[in-house]
Design a protein around this ligand. Structure first.
Ligand code: NAP
Length: 237
């Protein structure tokens, strides 16, 4: 998909990877709807900033009514906390599944007809290597990302006839405050070079999208996916 002249909508742009997506899309010549639950925290000059909670159907309906010119949907927003499946708080587990799976799905269902009207376009779902290799301390998030991977593969088949490219971005460790806070809570020290800069990830993602790739993986995700051929294993941090 060509980004120069495209109209993109990015979820969760008030911080982290979503912010970098909005900035880089503008730099590449796209019009950008930069959305967030708290739009007052979005700092992306040149973007159209709109409030959006992906787990609130009325909020999703409102943005779909407003942004009828979108031909690229980037589902980045997610609750990444989750905790562990057996001992974690059930509300946290549900909230993680709600945003990663149902929130992403609600956005896709709302925008599929819009993308069709606008020539097919593309959807990019931001997954995680933990979809393939769960991490101790946050297995609920890993399970939600696995569900989101299945969702992405299903939607790709369903939207093929309308010409919508459905791609997955699968990152490993990306240097956002959320990752560093998780590491601090769990006493994790990352090896040199293990953590990728979010701006580099976004360039990788958008280059892949423009090249028509349906799965865009960083080095850690390549290793995680290869491991699926063997017995299940955990993410080594
Ligand atoms: N950082 C990593 O190492 C890493 C690795 C692999 C994959 N990922 C994935 O990359 C994406 C972004 O991660 P990140 O590290 O940038 O996370 P982040 O800094 O924690 O940002 C998450 C964003 O999602 C928003 N959000 C959460 N729930 C939402 C909802 N219901 N509606 C709308 N927005 C919502 C947050 O808004 P609020 O500020 O309002 O909470 C925030 O803007 C996620 O899908 C994550 O799973 C990250």
């Amino acid at each position: 998909m060509k980004l120069d002249g495209a109209t993109a909508l990015v979820t969760g742009t008030n911080r982290g990877i979503g912010h970098h997506f909005a900035v880089e899309l503008l730099r590449r010549g796209a019009k950008v709807y930069a959305t967030a639950r708290r739009p007052e925290l979005v700092n992306v000059p040149g973007a159209e900033v709109v409030r959006l909670d992906i787990t609130d159907q009325s909020s999703v309906d409102a943005i779909a009514a407003l942004a009828g010119d979108v031909d690229l949907l980037i589902n980045n927003a997610a609750d990444t906390a989750g905790g562990n499946l057996v001992t974690g708080d059930m509300d946290g587990i549900r909230s993680t599944l709600d945003s990663n799976y149902y929130g992403t799905l609600a956005m896709i269902r709302a925008f599929a007809p819009i993308l069709a009207r606008n020539g097919g376009g593309a959807i990019l779902n931001v997954l995680s290597a933990v979809a393939w290799t769960p991490v101790e301390g946050n297995t609920a998030y890993a399970a939600a990302k696995s569900a989101q991977w299945g969702l992405t593969n299903g939607v790709r088949i369903e939207l093929a006839d309308q010409g919508t490219q459905v791609s997955a971005l699968v990152p490993g460790l990306i240097g956002t405050q959320t990752l560093f806070d998780f590491a601090e809570r769990h006493g994790i020290e990352f090896a040199d070079g293990a953590v990728m800069d979010p701006a580099d990830l976004v360039r990788l993602a958008l280059d892949g999208l423009e090249a028509g790739e349906i799965e865009i993986l960083d080095a850690m995700a390549v290793e995680a996916k290869a491991s699926l051929a063997g017995p299940p294993r955990a993410f080594a941090l």
